[in-house]
Design a protein around this ligand. Structure first.
Ligand SMILES: Nc1ncnc2c1ncn2[C@@H]1O[C@H](COP(=O)(O)OP(=O)(O)OP(=O)(O)O)[C@@H](O)[C@H]1O
Ligand SMILES: [Mg+2]
Length: 282
């Protein structure tokens, strides 16, 4: 602290960098449901069975079902049981290498100057092998080729949690665990909370349940619809009415039936989940 004061840094501004918890997102206070699912995930990460990818789990499911959200909630709910937690974005290889580089820097690994990004990642992975308690999240690993040679080795207390849109986690060396859709009740809670509209009578409540059913109980869709209710219609009945008109008239309507088997974000016209652009409708 003396050094900080000598440098003219006020005490309140002097926050040492935490090299044990590197997660780029804050906890979402509005998470609905998932209690039982997170317990199941915890059991699966701790399980030791022969012939399985022990201590490494891949969360899979529809785009927008909440894979990243579940991983994040697991991180915060279990922060106390791991000595170190690191979050790696696997959208492409460059982002993985860059995140490993950040860890190397934070934990001050001795890295030769001429080391390539791949060498640095390898050094971090070797260092993790020697550490005794950690969780590494590999987020958005849709293409396993991106992570070739970049997955940590797992053991009791050393867990890897992957999220992927890959429907059967094909080629991903991890135990698969599908993230389910929200329950109708959790969906309605989320819709009400995000839209700031509370159903005051049985009719309005019924409409809320109809909306979330139309949206396939998909958190991302509920998120988008809530914003529309909050900013445009101000109530559920008008939203539902507009949604149905729009739904009937759009090619997307015919595709919603397949929402449970496909990744909706890969379908053309996902934006129609927010059924009408404000500018078009007003
Ligand atoms: N249980 C939940 N409660 C409240 N909001 C949720 C929940 N699950 C997901 N969401 C919200 O839904 C949106 C999509 O979630 P998320 O990004 O986790 O989906 P994903 O499955 O990781 O999608 P992708 O396949 O695109 O990576 C986010 O805005 C997230 O905050
Ligand atoms: Mg995600």
């Amino acid at each position: 602290m003396t050094d900080a004061l000598n440098l003219g840094i006020r005490q309140s501004e002097f926050t040492p960098v935490d090299d044990t918890f590197v997660v780029p997102y804050q906890r979402n206070p509005l998470v609905k449901g998932r209690g039982d699912f997170l317990s199941l995930l915890k059991d699966k990460l701790n399980m030791e069975l022969s012939g399985k990818f022990n201590h490494r789990v891949a969360l899979h499911g529809l785009g927008g079902v909440g894979k990243t959200q579940c991983a994040l909630e697991y991180v915060y709910a279990n922060k106390a049981i791991y000595r170190r937690i690191y979050w790696i974005s696997a959208v492409n290889q460059a982002s993985m290498l860059s995140d490993y580089q950040k860890i190397a820097k934070l934990v001050r690994l001795a890295i030769p100057q001429e080391a390539s990004p791949a060498d640095i990642a390898e050094a971090v992975l070797a260092w993790l092998r020697g550490e005794r308690s950690w969780l590494v999240v590999i987020d958005n690993l849709d293409d396993i080729k991106v992570a070739q040679g970049l997955l940590p080795e797992n053991a009791p207390g050393k867990h890897t949690l992957i999220t992927t849109r890959n429907p059967r986690t094909q080629g991903i060396p991890a135990e698969p665990l599908e993230v389910p859709l929200l329950t109708p009740n959790d969906s309605v809670d989320l819709l009400s909370m995000l839209s700031n509209v509370i159903a005051h009578d049985p009719d309005e409540e019924k409409q809320a349940y109809e909306i979330v059913e139309e949206l396939g109980y998909l958190p991302l869709a509920i998120d988008l619809a809530s914003a529309y209710v909050r900013d445009v219609t101000g109530n559920f009945s008008e939203y539902l009415q507009r949604y149905r008109i729009n739904h009937k008239n759009s090619f997307f309507g015919s595709q919603m039936a397949t929402v449970n088997t496909q990744t909706p974000l890969q379908l053309p016209g996902l934006c129609l989940l927010t059924p009408f652009k404000k500018t078009n409708m007003l």
